[in-house]
Design a protein around this ligand. Structure first.
Ligand code: SF4
Length: 428
């Protein structure tokens, strides 16, 4: 591996520090690429709490993300947040933001919520955004909802699905997050051919068809396409990556880090750090693991730490060009009212079906969830067991358990469910 390559993220097996806990299936808007079954199912409180406990037993967790459906529609969400926070976990929530009120957000914050990921993109049907023809059209709505989140004392990140017909606009979205003081992070999920995944599970009534999957023909996007655009147009190069269940060197996740100085007149200047920050990040991860027994996940630096990290980055880069660029960047902090912020950008590519019919997904799935008592990739959980429908689970070797005493990843054999394991109604 050369210094120009992104760093493989250091966690795996039991040491993956994050899980997604789904609290319901219900939602109040519609997204073209949604892979949820969208029933009105609400998970009982006791089950949600047990799933958090189970996940915390099986992974050395730092963070839990609460998801749905739309999790804010769960009537006991505050108790769920308080339970996870009480276990010492950082708690974040994935929400479309449509019906979130400031008062509701304040209650979540008091219960222990840390951050809200707002999923807002151009292929949603939502009552608060009409006549949308580009990702940029959504920026005022993104700012308006983020302001509510920030006033409630919560951190805010943007989440979206990236479709082929919007691929060229990815740099607009990255620039929006760079320039917005409200957002510290962007999580992009590349549009995925979930009909192929549904077929691999023998589900003919593919879940996405219920949410308008017909719109998705030819809409799949890969991280390679994203990486080329960000490099060519913005000069951004990923510092980290996560491989796949079949290839450690695949780039199923690519991670970018930048620092931005915001000025009082609304202008901003970025510093994209690239893979040369890798040594620092590796050292920080190793130190955190030695100290706490777990890896950090999704933390964002304070301004003071961001400044110290910029200086260390320059000092350890061994590059006179980077030292000069960083010095010129930090000198701008002398301007009155200038504020330094860290920004992270994460792109994830969904699961795919290989030519020989296997399913390939992200290495050790950092977004695993609990389904039928097992840790499984959240993107495929509904294909394995549609919730609240009475449909029998498809027994599948996709489980991420058991992880083994040494914390090693499970064997990666053929991932395709065997025909005799599929439920009778599963078709095809
Ligand atoms: S395998 Fe895991 S990390 Fe990858 S897209 Fe699916 S849920 Fe996300």
């Amino acid at each position: 591996m050369s210094a120009a390559d992104p760093m493989p993220m250091p966690y795996g097996g039991r040491d993956v520090p994050h899980v997604v806990i789904e609290v319901n299936q219900k939602c109040n808007i519609s997204c073209a690429a949604c892979y949820k079954d969208k029933s009105s199912y609400t998970k009982p409180l006791a089950q949600v709490l047990e799933e958090i406990d189970q996940a915390a037993r099986e992974r050395n967790l730092s963070m839990v993300s609460l998801a749905g459906g739309e999790p804010s529609l769960h009537p006991q969400l505050e108790q769920i947040i308080a339970h996870a926070a009480g276990k010492g976990l950082t708690v974040q929530m994935l929400s479309n933001g449509y019906s979130l009120t400031e008062e509701q957000l304040r209650r979540y914050e008091a219960a222990g919520l840390h951050k809200v990921y707002l999923h807002i993109d151009a292929h949603q049907r939502r009552p608060d955004a009409r006549g949308v023809t580009s990702e940029r059209d959504l920026d005022p709505l993104r700012e308006e909802i983020a302001a509510r989140v920030r006033r409630a004392g919560l951190h805010c990140a943007l989440s979206l699905t990236l479709y082929r017909d919007r691929l060229e606009e990815v740099t607009d979205v990255v620039s929006f997050v760079m320039g917005s003081p409200a957002y510290d992070r962007l999580l992009v999920t590349c549009c995925t051919d979930f009909q192929a995944i549904a077929r691999a599970f023998g589900r003919t009534a593919a879940v996405p068809e219920q949410s308008g999957h017909g719109e998705l023909d030819g809409q799949s996007v890969t991280n390679a396409q994203v990486e080329a655009l960000l490099r060519d147009r913005l000069g951004m190069v990923p510092f980290g990556a996560i491989g796949s269940s079949k290839d450690e060197n695949a780039r199923r996740w690519i991670l970018y880090m930048s620092f931005v100085i915001h000025f009082p007149d609304g202008s901003w200047r970025p510093l994209h750090v690239g893979p040369r920050i890798r040594r620092l990040v590796e050292a920080a991860y190793a130190a955190a693991h030695r100290r706490t027994g777990r890896y950090p996940f999704g933390n964002v630096m304070s301004s003071g730490r961001a400044a110290a990290t910029c200086l260390l980055y320059a000092a350890t880069s061994g590059s006179p060009r980077i030292m000069a660029e960083t010095a010129a960047f930090l000198a701008r902090l002398a301007r009155k009212g200038a504020v330094l912020r860290q920004k992270c950008f994460v792109f994830q590519q969904g699961p795919s079906v290989t030519a020989d019919g296997d399913i390939e997904w992200c290495k050790d799935c950092p977004d695993a969830t609990v389904r039928d008592g097992r840790l499984v990739p959240v993107c495929m959980a509904d294909f394995m067991t549609p919730l609240g429908t009475g449909v029998e689970p498809a027994a599948s070797p996709l489980s991420l358990q058991p992880l083994g005493d040494a914390g090693v990843a499970p064997a990666r054999g053929r991932a395709r469910p065997r025909a005799e394991q599929l439920p009778a109604h599963a078709g095809a």
